[in-house]
Design a protein around this ligand. Structure first.
Ligand code: BTN
Length: 259
């Protein structure tokens, strides 16, 4: 049920296109979808090759990194994907993952004044709870490559399933979702257009909630303890194990836990 709080917050193709203004990519707004990333893939398979923002009121099978799910109840969060055909090789775009986190963080700060922090690779946290997850997928088609950046921001969700309630939180404020999505697009577009531009790294490092902290990471079934010591110019996490060995964690199949 969409209650009174959200009566100003109509997320439709019209409100989204209006909020996107002159920079508008194509838009698609759905009431219910399994996953906006899945919908982006279906569009891609059907031949879509122009930037497109796909948003939904709710997702029935929202997906996260490492095969996890993303809880996406009706209207209390912004759930959307940006489909972006690449003009550069996929490899160059991989480092854009961190840029996505910076773009969302800046958009939230611009619209609410709330400063979130980034847990490497690209989860956003507020008061020790995850309020935003980002799932970036790179796909190579026959004649071009494409990036699908899926973003889920919990705005006012309170009823998290028991297994999530210790970890998941919300911004605790309700922003008009069309404006939020449009702001994220504006912040992210320059990085998508110039994946070699690493100017986002300053904000990325400055708002990290991992650097200097004891962490555990799991790679290939093995859990290793150490400290996060920095983020290099490729957005990778530099760590030192408790045994004094230096290592670099690249994105992918690694999960990091602040302990
Ligand atoms: C994570 O927490 O590991 C990433 C979560 C990403 C969730 C967003 S919601 C919109 C888009 N559609 C999905 O199925 N996932 C992303």
């Amino acid at each position: 049920m969409i209650d009174e709080l959200y009566k100003d917050d109509r997320l439709t193709a019209e409100t989204l296109t209006a909020a996107l203004g002159e920079t508008a990519p194509m838009t698609m707004v759905l009431k219910t979808v399994d996953s906006t990333n899945n919908e982006a893939k279906r569009l891609l398979a059907a031949g879509r090759n122009v930037p497109t923002v796909i948003a939904a009121e709710r997702q029935t099978a929202g997906r996260g990194r490492l095969g996890r799910s993303f809880y996406s109840p009706e209207a209390t969060g912004a759930y959307f994907s940006i489909l972006y055909p690449l003009t550069t090789p996929v490899a160059g775009a991989v480092s854009v993952t961190g840029a996505c986190a910076v773009a969302v963080m800046r958009a939230i700060r611009h619209l609410t004044g709330i400063q979130t922090s980034v847990k490497w690779v690209n989860d956003l946290y507020l008061n020790g709870k995850k309020v935003c997850g980002i799932l970036a997928e790179a796909l190579t088609m026959k004649d071009h490559a494409c990036l699908i950046v899926g973003i889920g921001i919990n705005l006012s969700t309170v009823d998290f399933p028991t297994e999530l309630s210790a970890k998941a939180g919300s911004l605790g404020t309700h922003i008009r979702r069309a404006e939020l999505i449009a702001r994220v697009w504006r912040e992210l577009k320059p990085f998508l257009e110039a994946p070699d531009d690493r100017s986002w790294l300053n904000d990325y490092r400055a708002s990290s909630c991992v650097i200097g902290k004891p962490i555990e990471w799991t790679r290939g079934g093995e859990t290793i303890a150490g400290v996060a010591v920095g983020i290099n110019d490729d957005g990778e996490l530099e760590v030192e194990t408790d045994r004094g060995a230096r290592d670099v964690l690249r994105t992918g199949e690694i999960s990091v836990k602040v302990i």
